[in-house]
Design a protein around this ligand. Structure first.
Ligand code: C2O
Ligand code: CU
Length: 547
């Protein structure tokens, strides 16, 4: 195993992600941040210096389980204190498993401000992937607003709510086009890209008759996307850092927090082809993200003959479900335990709190405490958060198909505590919002992978257990719950630490759509002081100077 050392500085900078100059949160002067590339078993060491003038910062390594290093998970108020302006924090962790990952800010809405980048883990030296390819491309998908995150955040915390609306642009590797289109026959609207612009597309230059791996990760703030390559079929081989049973598809649904690898073979007529990503799951008001698959030696500036792949109907949920159901585990994937020890049913609703719009889970809207859980639980500082167990179910007569009858939520910061190594089933239960619709929510679990046992419709009942796939359920860290439906997940609570489990839609999390899980606290070793220098852990650290 090798060590990889990086010195990073986070700061705001001027940038034109889509041709409109704006302020983004960059790392070492770049947007998106630098790509991390390592091999399974390697150690990543990032020394993160906060050069923002008035905000704290943290970085979460999405999909990395942080076995033995829960303090390096990079979640503000959960695994660590925020890094204050001028301060430096050392993230040191092992990337234990090959796969496609990314990293992003996990404080306030800093991911939406552009704090993200790609993290790729190759197989360990001497190991082989279960497939072959000659070249690789890494694509990180995101959505971009012209309004600052501060303005977005104030809107979400205002009465009446000012919703962030739909994105101005979709970005591929931080590049999109707002005022112009790459696909335009009328020169006026043409982007006139020379290639050096910050918003010039990231082009995939390929050789004919060659197989490539394309890694696709989505760190969108809001958008669920459908990704396609004109004229080419894709073979899906990996999802969220685990191999899947390979399947062919013309297009790929990817929700915020997910990652996939696909293989393509450039066996079409030598030409240029459009690569597109468009919004699904919400009525789109944003142009597709576009870039080009360029067969060498043809000029990349030649317009493709075929039009960009059309994004499927945004509300065709049956198609989306059919896609999600095609993702099944590769035969070497760990199998789920046959039975569960504990079942937690999490109903999501939209409610009001003193006139503010919130998301709640079993009628509790998450509001993080001032002292990070990891430190307060490790050192038994019971005053740091609500010690009562959060609700594990909801009233069985609840009507999912109507707006909430009880429009008022409570706020809370309680923790679901699991016995070490217990098998936990989580049923995500979707419902209606205050405006009488049901939305798509991609839920992401920190510190673990879970098996996705089933996606179902309506209200989950015990009878639905029959539908669980215990044979080859996909092993993932993010799974979607469809409108008015449920999703059943199973995981083993075998990673000592405190872990966020939340909707990966940034404004939803910000409005309270998350919960906190903890296990094996008694097994935790010392936590680096740097992670504890705030709240009650900060005070007790100063008093005793012994932690
Ligand atoms: Cu990528 Cu807690 O999220
Ligand atoms: Cu959500």
């Amino acid at each position: 195993p090798k060590g990889h050392f990086y010195k990073w500085e986070v700061e705001y900078m001027f940038w034109s992600p889509d041709g409109v100059e704006n302020v983004v949160m960059g790392i070492n002067g770049r947007f998106p941040g630098p790509t991390i590339r390592a091999r399974a078993g390697d150690i990543i060491h990032v020394e993160l210096h906060n050069k923002l003038h008035t905000e704290g910062v943290v970085i979460h390594w999405h999909g990395i389980r942080q076995l033995g290093t829960p303090w390096a998970d990079g979640t503000a108020a959960i695994s660590q204190c925020v890094i204050n302006p001028g301060e430096t924090f050392s993230y040191r962790f092992t990337v234990d498993r090959a796969g496609t990952y990314f990293y992003h800010g996990h404080y306030g809405m800093q991911r939406s401000a552009g704090l993200y980048g790609t993290l790729v883990v190759d197989v360990a030296e001497g190991e082989k992937e279960p497939f072959h390819y000659a070249g690789e491309f890494d694509l990180l998908l995101s959505d971009w607003w012209h309004k600052s995150v501060h303005q977005q955040e104030v809107g979400l915390s205002s009465n009446p709510l000012r919703w962030i609306g739909e994105a101005q642009s979709l970005l591929i590797n931080g590049r999109g086009q707002y005022n112009c289109s790459l696909y335009s026959k009328n020169a006026q609207n043409d982007c006139n890209i020379k290639g050096g612009e910050q918003y010039a597309p990231y082009i995939l230059h390929v050789l004919p008759n060659t197989t490539y791996r394309i890694r696709i990760a989505s760190t969108t703030s809001l958008a669920s996307l459908n990704f396609a390559i004109g004229g080419h079929k894709m073979l899906v081989v990996e999802a969220d850092g685990n191999y899947v049973m390979p399947f062919m598809t013309n297009s790929l649904d990817i929700y915020s927090g997910e990652s996939y690898s696909v293989l393509i073979t450039t066996n079409q007529k030598p030409n240029n082809y459009w690569i597109s990503a468009g919004v699904i799951g919400r009525e789109p008001q944003t142009n597709q993200a576009l870039t080009i698959l360029n067969y060498k030696p043809i000029s990349a500036s030649k317009l493709p003959k075929l039009p960009p792949p059309a994004t499927p109907q945004w509300n065709d949920t049956d198609r989306s479900k059919a896609f999600s159901n095609k993702v099944l585990a590769h035969m070497n994937t760990p199998k789920p335990p046959k039975n569960y020890d504990r079942r937690v049913i999490l109903l999501n609703t939209q409610n009001k709190l003193n006139g503010l719009t919130k998301w709640a889970i079993n009628n509790v809207s998450l509001s993080l405490p001032a002292t990070p859980y990891l430190g307060s639980m490790r050192y038994g500082l019971h005053g740091a958060f609500d010690q009562a167990n959060p609700p594990e179910n909801y009233p069985q007569d609840y009507d999912l198909m109507n707006p909430p009858v009880n429009p008022n939520t409570t706020i809370g910061n309680g923790v679901y505590k699991f016995g070490f190594k217990t098998t936990v089933d989580v049923i995500l239960q979707n419902a209606n919002t205050l405006s009488n619709v049901s939305e798509v929510h991609p839920w992401h679990l920190h510190g673990h992978d879970f098996w996705v046992l089933a996606y179902g419709e309506g209200k989950f009942t015990n009878k639905d257990e029959k539908k669980f796939n215990l044979k080859n359920p996909p092993y993932k860290n993010t799974a979607v719950v469809f409108p008015h439906g449920w999703t059943a997940l199973r995981f083993v609570a075998d990673n000592p630490g405190v872990w966020a489990f939340h909707c990966h839609i940034e404004p939803h999390l910000h409005m309270g759509m998350g919960v906190v899980f903890a296990e094996g606290i008694e097994r935790l070793g010392e936590i680096p002081h740097q992670a504890l220098a705030c709240g009650l852990t900060g005070t007790s650290f100063m008093d005793t100077n012994k932690h």
